[in-house]
Write a protein that binds this ligand. Structure first.
Ligand code: E4P
Length: 226
């Protein structure tokens, strides 16, 4: 399972890319609004230049012709741009047209297998079931990810499932177990994923034991800075 960052924060994106584990980014108007007053287009273009993979950004129109017009414009911003189209009937229509023009679509705000069936049939590159938002209303968000992943795999469809609306580290490994191709994670969750108290204890114990024998001597006296 690949990892995308779900943010529009440049510093967080730079850090994720520097770690070598982030191969894409998803944004939405709410995430961009957290960055204050910005030039939307410039910000998205900058993200596209930093990230070595797909960067999703959302259309605002609710009718198919408006979505198509916006998507055609957005598609010119960068080679790695992906247009987020909502999982509505108008969204299905827009996705069908855009897919034929080879514009990559992330079929977003997906909450059911039926919506995913239509997104895949329309030719979406990615489908994003929103796990956390389903959990919030007492449904099982990860079950929807599992069902979509199984369906895409069974019919050998090229569409990839992005587990979205990830809220905590458990969602990440559950998404991998459910067969998601990608999980898009908030920066905070990315940092939480690596944490384990036994790792910290183990590092301290090895350091203490080394000191008992070698004192302050190191393998390399002045470790090179990355
Ligand atoms: C995904 O593409 C969305 O940007 C995101 O995962 C939404 O998450 P939220 O439900 O935490 O807002």
């Amino acid at each position: 399972m690949r990892l995308f960052l779900d943010t529009a924060n440049i510093e967080h994106i730079r850090h994720g890319v520097e770690l070598g584990v982030i191969s894409g980014v998803t944004t939405n108007p709410s995430l961009v609004s957290k960055e204050g007053k910005v030039n939307y287009q410039e910000l998205v273009k900058k993200i596209c230049s930093i990230v070595p993979g797909p960067v999703s950004t959302e259309v605002l129109s609710q009718d198919a012709s408006g979505m198509i017009a916006e998507a055609r414009e957005i598609a010119k911003w960068a080679d790695n741009i992906v247009v987020k189209i909502p999982a509505s009937l108008e969204g299905v229509k827009a996705t069908s047209v855009l897919a034929k023009e080879n514009i990559k679509v992330n079929f977003t705000l997906c909450f059911s297998l039926n919506q995913a069936l239509l997104g895949a049939a329309a030719g979406a590159t990615f489908i994003s079931p929103f796990v956390g938002r389903l959990d919030d209303i007492g449904e099982d968000g990860m079950k929807v990810v599992f069902d979509i992943a199984q369906f895409l795999c069974y019919y050998e469809l090229p569409t990839q499932v992005i587990a979205a609306s990830i809220r905590h580290p458990q969602h990440c490994f559950m998404a991998a177990k459910a067969g998601a191709h990608i999980a898009t994670v908030p920066y905070k969750v990315l940092l939480q994923m690596i944490q384990h108290p036994l790792t910290d204890i183990g590092i301290k114990r090895f350091t203490d034991d080394w000191r008992k024998v070698m004192g302050e001597k190191r393998i390399i006296e002045t470790p090179a800075k990355l």
